[in-house]
Design a protein around this ligand. Structure first.
Ligand code: NI
Length: 169
């Protein structure tokens, strides 16, 4: 297995819209394992393929504390949304930044698993928030897009400064 490089905001590749997956190959399975390893190593609770520069509809999620609830969603689609809740979110592509975002409280999502088998899941709480956040990535959307323009501008400057420091270090 291998750790994958995670793109960071404001990298324009994070704005790519992911395409559906039609083939379930050994290569795809290995890549999914690499995504889980990369997510656990970061550490994070969710990772979309977009974030590792693979522009297919694939996300991995595990909101448990002991890596016991790994979920892989391929070609996911939210079929039902209900309620609203505010949750503080972060993102592996926006390191060291957290902000409140309003999301649906209960969702139903349908997707394919890593073998191409269809399943449906009802989620609430942190899992529901995480699924909505990761599915946004597949549409080229980031949680910081929900912030006011002024806050987005400040964040962009901060991230560009950090990137420069990193490049010159
Ligand atoms: Ni994210």
């Amino acid at each position: 297995m291998a750790l994958l490089d995670i793109l960071t905001f404001p990298d324009p590749r994070l704005r790519t819209k992911a395409k559906p997956i039609n083939e379930f190959t050994d290569e795809l399975n290995t890549f999914i394992d690499d995504m889980f390893e990369t997510m656990y190593d970061a550490p994070g609770i969710g990772l979309a393929a977009t974030q590792v520069n693979f522009h297919k509809q694939l996300v991995v999620i595990d909101v448990s504390e002991d890596k016991s609830e790994p979920y892989c969603f391929i070609n996911p689609e939210i079929t039902h949304k209900e309620g609203a809740e505010v949750c503080q979110e972060g993102c592996l592509s926006v390191p060291e930044f957290f902000a409140d975002v309003t999301r649906a409280e209960n969702i139903t999502v349908k997707a394919l698993d890593r073998n191409g088998k269809a399943f449906e899941l009802e989620a609430d709480g942190l899992l529901a928030v995480c699924i909505q956040h990761e599915l946004d990535h597949l549409n080229g959307k980031l949680f910081v897009d929900y912030l006011s323009p002024l806050k987005q501008q400040r964040l962009r400057k901060k991230m560009e400064k950090l990137a420069k420091q990193k490049a010159s270090a």
